[in-house]
Design a protein around this ligand. Structure first.
Ligand code: NAD
Length: 512
């Protein structure tokens, strides 16, 4: 129980989706919560929403009725958001508008004790800019919860440039008391999670822009090969372009046009055209009554596998063998063989030419990720179409789904993963968050199968670097320049998740 801990009196201002979630979480952890809203009917709705949510928890067997009643009783209505009633901390979750948040903070400062902590749940405004209007900006910080608050276990703690250490410590202890996980982020655009999440979506858009594959194919590869819970285009449709385009653009401009965070020219037109996603019934997919409509069926040409195959990739050879396809074991492919290669960070065409393989009979197969349910076949403009059809049929004969995509400077899964890892590495390199916090935050808030730096380590930092180097060399696009975090660690044989030795380790007293 919580009796031994100091009581924390919390005020939550803004009884919308976030404010009510935050109030419910804190009350569930034993804190007394005063909930306020500028609009009394919104406050009524907010309290009702908490009641309904707790009832669902009871119905689902996750909470007993007596505890639910106690939690509900701990959230009480406060008549005015700026009432002079004392409290230890105010968490604001009002509308996302700098001037509204600033004037609320200024009014709160004028009525509350100087040591009352003022926290903002802003998702995109600068914490420092909000706090700048205060006489004591050191009392303010960002406390960024995710929606739905009770289930999303991550909270970003974001000090502004003037926030006092004691205020950060207080907020960290507050989050710990809820059982949620706190990570420390810097007051930069997107903080930690929304910044780290750019790698996935922007690279998917880049692939689409280049015509490498369509949204459904890229999503299928992301889900089946990378084991992402949701494809990037499904994610964009779920969020809605009216929300995600401003976020993409503000983070990119906030980092002064950093190419790794670059949004796509495809987005504005779709936004203006009303293809927002689920909420308008059409985005990258079509929806009816909120459910995604299945794509139009495309007849697939399955042809007899009447040619031998040649590959020097042992797992691919074993897979084809297992499906009854004849695989040549010679040093070079025979006259009629379909050639399959698995290049990394280089196009199929360039790799085939470099190795003296017959380009017209050579296709690529994605080399990274999980190939147990889906294989990705990359084809180029000079491929004999008959060879491509036989290759597709042979791969389908292994019992996997087959995605046919265009050849490019690297495979689809390679590019998505390299972009995810490189973006995270950029965050680590700029010391915007620790490697541990980056891994934890992305896993918990974005639901990736593993944290991005840990993922890079699992696949091999050297392979990620090969893909990035290849992309950068072939495209000349600074978007793909590998972060120094990766280059240095590969050279040193360190893990990407390893913070390594820093100047402060040398200078600080108390070392071993
Ligand atoms: N919705 C999300 O997924 C999400 C996630 C993280 C952070 N946020 C941030 O949380 C904040 C709230 O978002 P939301 O989705 O809960 O919004 P919401 O629209 O559901 O609720 C906002 C509430 O604030 C009230 N309000 C507006 N101005 C006020 C004022 N001056 N004083 C008191 N109350 C006022 C409104 O009446 C409304 O009830 C925003 O800053 C948003 O960016 C949202």
């Amino acid at each position: 129980m919580t009796e031994s801990r100091p009581p924390v009196r919390v005020r939550v201002v803004g009884a919308g989706a976030m404010g009510t979630g935050i109030a419910q979480l804190l009350a569930t952890s034993g804190m007394e919560v005063r909930l306020a809203d500028a609009d009394p009917t919104a406050l009524d709705r907010g309290l009702d929403r908490i009641g309904a949510q707790l009832a669902r928890e009871v119905a689902g067997g996750r909470l007993d009725p007596a505890t639910a009643a106690e939690v509900s009783a701990r959230v009480t209505r406060l008549g005015s958001p700026t009432a002079p009633e004392p409290c230890d901390v105010v968490i604001e979750a009002v509308v996302e508008d700098l001037e509204v948040k600033r004037s609320l903070f200024r009014e709160l400062e004028s009525v509350l004790a100087p040591n009352t902590v003022l926290a903002t749940n802003t998702s995109s405004l600068s914490v420092t800019a909000i706090a700048a209007v205060l006489d004591r900006p050191e009392r303010a910080l960002g406390l960024h919860f995710f929606n739905p608050v009770p289930r999303m276990r991550l909270v970003e703690i974001i000090p502004g440039v003037r926030t006092a250490t004691s205020v950060v410590d207080f907020a960290t202890a507050l989050v710990a008391r809820t059982g949620h996980v706190a990570v420390r982020a810097t007051d930069t655009p997107g903080f930690l999670v929304n910044h780290a999440g750019r790698g996935y979506v922007t690279e998917a858009l880049q692939l689409l822009e280049e015509g490498i594959a369509g949204p459904a194919e890229i999503d299928a590869i992301a889900r089946d090969v990378l084991r992402m819970r949701m494809g990037p285009f499904e994610l964009l449709d779920l969020t809605g372009l009216d929300v995600s385009v401003p976020v993409l653009e503000s983070i990119w401009t906030g980092f002064y046009a950093e190419p790794r965070l670059r949004p796509s020219t495809l987005l504005r037109g779709r936004l203006h055209g009303g293809l927002l996603g689920r909420k308008t019934g059409e985005g990258f997919y079509r929806y009816r009554d909120g459910a995604k409509l299945p794509p139009e069926p495309v007849p697939v040409a399955t042809v007899p596998v009447d040619r031998p195959f040649w590959t020097d990739d042992p797992s691919l050879a074993a897979l084809l063998d297992g499906a009854g396809t004849r695989v040549e074991r010679t040093g070079q492919p025979g006259e009629r063989a379909v050639v399959l290669i698995a290049p990394e960070g280089v196009s199929v065409v360039a790799e085939a030419r470099r190795r003296g393989l017959p380009v017209r009979r050579t296709c690529g197969v994605e080399s990274i990720g999980d190939s147990t349910t889906r294989l990705v076949l990359a084809i180029h403009p000079g491929l004999d179409p008959e060879v491509g059809r036989v290759a597709r049929s042979a791969l389908a004969g292994t019992g996997r789904e087959v995605s046919v995509v265009r050849d490019g400077p690297a495979g689809v899964a390679q590019r998505l993963l390299a972009s995810i890892v490189n973006t995270a590495a950029g965050i680590a390199q700029a010391r915007l968050a620790t490697p541990d916090d980056i891994n934890t935050a992305v896993r918990l808030a974005l639901g990736y199968p593993t944290g991005p730096l840990a993922w890079g380590d699992r696949v091999g930092a050297d392979r990620i670097l090969t893909v990035l180097d290849g992309l950068f060399t072939q495209t000349g696009d600074p978007r793909y320049r590998p972060s120094r975090w990766i280059v240095e660690r590969v050279a040193l044989g360190l893990a990407l998740a390893d913070p390594g030795t820093a100047p402060e380790d040398i200078v600080a007293a108390g070392g071993e």
